[in-house]
Each structure stands twice: as C-alpha cells, then as structure tokens.
Write a protein that binds this ligand. Structure first.
Ligand code: GLU
Length: 300
C-alpha cells in the first residue's frame, strides 16, 4: 500500500546522478541514503538522469548506472526520467520568468566574470534585449533572505545578492542550468524529499528562489555528509574515484551502511544485497548523520 492509499501525504524521494562516468562510491552513498529514507517512510523512490550537459555526459554511463542500481537491489519506482526529454518544460519555465521581467541576457566574457569574483555584480542587469553575441540568461535576485530547515543541517539562511548575485538559468551554450532544471524536475516528478550531498547545500537557496518565482511547491531537503579520500577531497569523477563494481553487492551495501553510521550487524557482512536492505530499511536512522561533514572512504 502506498502513502496516498493510506490517506497520508505522499513521501517521494529521488536520486539524480549525472551520467558523466560510471557510478562511484560517493554517488552510491547518496543513492543508498535517499533510497533508505524513502523506503523507511513507505514512500516512493524515483530515478532521474541529469543528462543535460551534452559536453560532459558519456552515452554509455546512464545504462551503467541503471545496471549497478539494479544489481544492488536499489529498485526505483516508475519510469526513469531523463532530463534531456524535458527541454520543452524548462523552456516554458524560462518563458514565464522572462515574461515576468525576472530574466535578462548577459554576454559577459569568462575573463570579466573571473575578475569580478564569485558574486555577479550585475554588469548586464540593465540589458533589455538580446544581442548578436552568444548570451546567458540570468535571473534577478533580491535582498529578501531565503531560509529553510534542512533535516540534518538545521536552519539555513542566505541572501542571494551576497552569496551569488543574479545567477544563470540558461547558459551561453544554450544548455539549461542545473539550478533551473532541478526545480522543474522536482515538480514534474512530485518529489517531496530531496536527499543529496552536502556539496549542494549552498545551491538550495537558489532553487527555493526559482520555486518561489514560479509558485511551485517546496520539497523538504536533507544534505548528507560527503565521502572524502585520504586528502579530504570529495570522491568524484574529477578525482578519478573508482567505479562501483557489481561483484559482492551485499558487501558494498554493508560498507556503505557503516559509512552512513547505521552500524549494520557483522553477520550481514556476507549476506545478499536484499538481506542487507531488508535489515537497513526498518533500521534507518538519519539522526546518526548529524554534525558530521565528511566521511573517509577507507574500508574499515
Ligand atoms: N546530478 C547532480 C550530481 O550528480 C545531483 C543533483 C541533485 O541531487 O540535485 O551531483
């Protein structure tokens, strides 16, 4: 029985990997956390492939990700949602923002942007119409503080003009920016719970701002610690993090549960993936990740 059949609010989580390479441990860690969180609450777990950036994606990576999730028993609900099939939805949102006077074209060069630091000073804010040169679209931000309660990190508050300034919703190369796409995706997939890595905590207020401008529902957010290597650097494709193997899926899950501070019983170390998940779902305790910012990838 799902949540809507019991009359309770639906509980819908998601995992949204970028198919820029095979799944590595850091990504799988987030996948497992969001999966357990959704299943623990008898909710659904959706899968989205963040494949908008055609310069970075690898065509075979999406299928590899699906294969590994399946091997590990992390079954998702409903069809896989590919961002690349939703361009019309993103463009419609951009049109709405444009009509409402929220966007402006920006043709600032990389050099000019690099010189001006991490907060965009609004050089192009007065631009009213598009130029011949390639341009990005930026959204106007305002000084109203944006806040939310992260389920693990507590109250987060930011004023966008101080943290990022007017930010990009469509890039110069015509690719929809992650900040805008993710907001539309959460709405399209009816997501109520976003569970993802702490590295995305700072971008959440930008997403809330777009949600407010488009009058969309706001999901709950939970940002979990990152897995870091021996130098304290986040595991990522850029740091050549090793791909997760499909051998011993039960053991992989067991180790990840340890890293999620769930203390799985040692008898399960050599159990099947399904047995490990059957233990982990009812025992999921998110509070065990409180006040931790990073977790080492060393196998213990
Ligand atoms: N695709 C993003 C990543 O792999 C995650 C986006 C999200 O969870 O909001 O880092």
């Amino acid at each position: 029985m799902n949540a809507s059949e019991t009359g309770k609010q639906p509980y819908i989580g998601r995992f949204a990997p970028s198919p820029t390479g095979p799944l590595h441990l850091g990504s799988l860690y987030t996948a497992l956390a969001s999966f357990l969180d959704a299943r623990h609450h008898h909710g659904q777990w959706r899968l989205r492939i963040d494949d908008l950036d055609r310069f970075r994606i690898l065509p075979e990576a999406s299928d590899q990700i699906l294969f590994i999730l399946d091997k590990l028993g992390l079954y998702w609900d409903g069809p896989v949602y590919y961002q690349s099939q939703h361009i019309a939805d993103y463009d419609a949102a951009i049109d709405r923002l444009y009509q409402n006077g929220m966007l402006y074209p920006c043709s600032c060069s990389r050099k000019k942007l690099a010189q001006s630091g991490s907060v965009y000073p609004g050089f192009c804010r007065k631009n009213t119409h598009t130029s011949q040169q390639p341009y990005a679209l930026r959204i106007k931000t305002d000084a109203q503080p944006i806040h939310f309660i992260d389920r693990l990190q507590g109250k987060i508050q930011q004023c966008l003009p101080q943290t990022t300034g007017d930010f990009i919703v469509k890039r110069k190369d015509n690719i929809i920016a992650y900040q805008l796409a993710v907001v539309i995706d959460e709405q399209q997939q009816h997501i109520t719970q976003v569970v993802r890595g702490l590295d995305l905590l700072d971008s959440t207020t930008r997403q809330l701002y777009i949600q407010q401008q488009l009058d969309l529902a706001q999901p709950e957010y939970m940002h979990i610690p990152l897995i870091v290597d021996s130098h304290g650097i986040k595991l990522s494709k850029q740091t050549q993090a090793e791909a997760v193997s499909a051998h011993n899926p039960g053991q992989t899950l067991w180790h990840l549960l340890q890293k999620l501070n769930q203390h799985p019983p040692s008898e399960l170390k050599h159990a099947s993936a399904q047995d490990v998940l059957d233990w982990a779902i009812p025992h999921w305790q998110v509070d065990k990740l409180k006040k931790i910012r990073a977790i080492s990838n060393q196998i213990d």
